[in-house]
Design a protein. Structure first.
Length: 96
């Protein structure tokens, strides 16, 4: 959903209430970067660890990379949660 852009927002990647290990945000960020960089060069990743919804936002160098990653992740099940992906604008990304 959203107009395709080079930035995607992925929901349900984690449950902040279940993550207790020190530095878990960094672990999730690294895993996400490793998995998603197959689709294109990632410029930046934000793990929204304080918010509900298990959200990760990723900015890709190209719209093609973001679209390929979105198609790969959308609808996948991860730890009993179904991933949802939407595109966000640069302005929205900067406000996160």
């Amino acid at each position: 959903s959203g107009e395709p852009s080079s930035i995607i927002l992925v929901r349900n990647m984690f449950d902040k209430d279940e993550e207790t290990e020190e530095g878990w945000e960094e672990d999730i960020k690294l895993d996400f970067e490793e998995e998603s960089s197959k689709h294109g060069k990632i410029l930046s990743v934000k793990v929204m660890s304080q918010e509900v919804g298990g959200k990760i936002c990723a900015s890709f160098e190209t719209m093609e990379g973001a679209k390929a990653c979105a198609e790969n992740l959308a609808g996948r099940w991860f730890d009993k949660r179904q991933l949802r992906v939407e595109f966000v604008s640069k302005d929205q990304f900067e406000e996160m």
